[in-house]
Design a protein around this ligand. Structure first.
Ligand SMILES: [Zn+2]
Length: 249
């Protein structure tokens, strides 16, 4: 590590749980963030500030005025730009050392497969079930940990799915792909601005813990936040032995 890196990351290095070795792991890590909106903004900014060496951003959307209430990687001046480009500008302003790979596409499982393969950890920061299932299937196939978050209205959720852990379910164990779920989107339901910040920031925390290999992971647990009362609840998640996505063959 160079002198300016020792300074930049000094508050990580002085933590017993991270230290020089943990920070070296962060610098060498590659995170895949799918979705550069409300959740993806804080997730990308904290991974970048923490020094994650490579970040791949996936999003096909452009910055819209209605995004700015909560999508903090974007700015008024960048309305109309691709979200991956706008987010890359924000990342580089914060930490020019981070290598950003931008993928301005709506991705399916086939397109995700090589992106997931090259990542150490995957963050699902999307807002629709089809993409969530595609990300989950790609992560199960490549045996990569998936940090999944969502926020709508005053409700937030976060869980980690890691099928390298034999006890851990995958996203499809909880939300079967063939089941009909009501699609809820911020565009129609609204979302309290800090909810995406809270959840996206926690996704960054879980991703960094995985990279460093420290602490107790959120794997196999679903945390739910009611922002109205500011109360958390937690449920243990069980693997579905008949899950069509992660079932052992
Ligand atoms: Zn499963």
């Amino acid at each position: 590590m160079e002198d300016d890196q020792l300074l930049r990351y000094s508050r990580h290095i002085m933590l017993d749980e991270i230290g020089i070795e943990g920070q070296e792991r962060i610098l060498a890590a590659h995170a895949l963030i799918v979705g550069a909106g409300g959740l993806g903004s804080p997730a990308a900014l904290f991974l970048a500030s923490a020094g994650v060496g490579r970040i791949t951003l996936v999003d096909d959307d452009v910055v819209d005025l209605t995004n700015l209430q909560r999508q903090i990687a974007h700015t008024t001046a960048r309305v109309g730009q691709a979200k991956v480009d706008s987010c890359a500008v924000a990342i580089h302003a914060l930490n020019p050392e981070v290598r950003v790979h931008r993928v301005r596409e709506r991705v399916d499982q086939a397109r995700l497969a090589p992106l997931v393969e090259h990542a150490d950890v995957v963050l699902d920061c999307t807002d629709n079930y089809a993409t969530r299932h595609a990300i989950n299937a790609a992560c199960v196939a490549a045996r990569k940990p998936l940090v999944s978050g969502s926020a709508i209205r005053f409700d937030g959720q976060i869980a980690v799915y890691d099928t390298c852990d034999a006890q851990s379910p995958c996203y499809a164990c909880l939300f079967p792909p063939d089941a009909a779920f009501e699609e809820v989107a911020c565009a129609t339901m609204g979302v309290f601005a800090p909810m995406v910040g809270i959840v996206g920031t926690m996704q960054a925390a879980e991703a960094l813990k995985h990279i460093v290999g420290t602490g107790e992971s959120l794997t196999g647990r679903l945390l739910m936040l009611d922002g109205r009362s500011m109360r958390w609840s937690e449920i243990r998640l069980a693997r579905d032995p008949d899950c069509t996505v992660c079932r052992r063959r």
